[in-house]
Design a protein around this ligand. Structure first.
Ligand code: NAD
Ligand code: AHE
Ligand code: ZN
Length: 373
């Protein structure tokens, strides 16, 4: 098999806009898959790594991790997908054989995490070249490229009936929030919950909480325009912490829920918010789930008494969802009208305008921008 050539948005250095380049994408080696990416979402984690604040961020790199496309070719030994399959790339792979996958306790797969974090394929090399320079891979997916190569454990085939400009969003934001609610927290009927941050992730938590028949679903956001979004997804209450007088947000939530929430979710990446979310939990059993990604050097703190008195502080990646096992069912739920996806798309851009998609994302009115590759 030969290299192929396509356009990609390349991040040459931290803090600089992506530029559109023609790149060469090498053929897939054993247990690798080359995908023609049709659509990709843009996630805050892409912006975080581009900013230079990600300790694992290295450049030059092809970012992007929320992509859907069609398998173009496969390397030796690939049996799980074939050319022509419609797929979603998985930044949380699932090998089904490592200690993590077999534990039944986590969706984090250990098989390729080390090389993924270094921006290379499992054999330690890159498949991307531009102007004679090697480019790094990102999160094992690099979906900001018309062609990408991923490990066969980092991709899942889904029904061809599902539109790829929607299913791409199941590659991160929606699955992350929804999974955090239904798979990680396993919210029970009648629970009181609070969601800090009403972006794609937070609204997806709300969607999961509605499905689980939570009683109070309180959205907390500094942006007053997010009340409308919270309502649209089925939240029961909205609190803007900046409007509170002589009361912290945790005090307000404890007051609203007769002693504290059963589950809270940080969907902001702000470590002060993470503390408030933990402290808004009910004594004895309340659980706070950290989803937001905080920048390098940031740390969380609280009085240990908060944990001694039974509150639980935990977190999850990709919502705790096992991509190869569970994502096809989420796509089916979307097709049956049981899972909202279209509602998250507020902006669309062609690949040539992807830098503007990063600007859009920073505006309060953008939930998700889908890029047409
Ligand atoms: P977003 O920016 O669209 O939404 C964040 C929301 O938080 C915004 O509405 C903003 O107004 C609100 N906010 C900011 N500061 C606040 C504060 N102090 N109090 C209350 N609200 C505040 O982001 P998103 O795409 O929904 O992603 C949310 C976070 O989740 C990001 O940090 C992202 O990197 C992370 N993330 C994590 C995973 C994972 O697997 N753990 C996956 C996807 C995204
Ligand atoms: N590289 C960062 C960590 C970033 C991070 O936590 N990523 C999440 C997914 S965010 C998707 O938008 C994740 O999957 N974490 C688990 C993992 O294994 O990376 C840092 O701070 O070092
Ligand atoms: Zn993401």
């Amino acid at each position: 098999m030969a290299s192929t050539v396509g356009k990609a948005a390349v991040a040459w250095e931290a803090g600089k806009d992506l530029t559109i380049e023609t790149i060469e994408v090498g053929p897939p080696k054993a247990h690798e898959v080359r995908i023609e990416i049709h659509y990709t979402g843009v996630c805050h984690t892409d912006a975080y790594t581009l900013s230079g604040k990600d300790p694992e961020g290295a450049f030059p790199i092809v970012l992007g991790h929320e992509g859907a496309g069609i398998v173009e070719s496969v390397g030796d030994g690939v049996t799980s997908v074939k050319p022509g399959d419609y797929v979603v790339a998985l930044y949380t792979p699932e090998c089904k054989e490592c200690k993590f996958c077999k534990s039944g306790k986590t969706n984090l797969c250990g098989k390729i995490r080390a090389t993924q974090g270094r921006g290379v394929m499992p054999d330690g090399t890159s498949r991307f070249t531009c102007k004679g320079k090697e480019l790094l891979h990102f999160m094992g997916t690099s979906t900001f490229s018309q062609y990408t190569v991923v490990a066969d454990i980092s991709v899942v085939a889904i029904t061809k009936d599902a539109p790829m400009d929607r299913t791409c969003l199941l590659g991160c934001g929606i699955t992350t929030g929804y999974g955090a609610a239904v798979e990680t927290a396993k919210i029970e009927e009648g629970s009181n919950i609070a969601v800090f941050g009403a972006g794609c992730v937070g609204l997806s938590v709300v969607q999961g909480a509605v499905q689980r028949k939570a009683a109070k679903i309180i959205v907390v956001d500094l942006n007053p325009n997010k009340k409308e979004w919270a309502d649209k997804f089925g939240a029961t209450d909205f609190v803007n912490p900046s409007t509170l007088k002589n009361q912290t947000i945790q005090e307000k939530l404890i007051e609203m829920t007769d002693g504290g929430c059963d589950y809270t979710f940080d969907c902001t990446g702000n470590v002060g918010v993470m503390r408030a979310a933990l402290e808004a939990c009910h004594k004895g059993w309340g659980q706070s789930i950290v989803i937001g990604v905080a920048a390098a050097g940031q740390e969380i703190s609280t009085r240990p008494f908060q944990l001694v008195t039974g509150r639980i502080w935990r977190g999850c990646a990709f919502g705790g969802i096992k991509g190869r096992t569970q994502l096809p069912d989420l796509v089916d739920d979307y097709m049956k009208g049981k899972l909202k996806v279209d509602e998250f798309i507020t902006h669309r851009k062609p690949l040539s305008d992807i830098a503007a998609a990063f600007d859009d994302m920073k505006q309060g009115d953008c939930i998700r921008c889908v890029v047409d590759m």
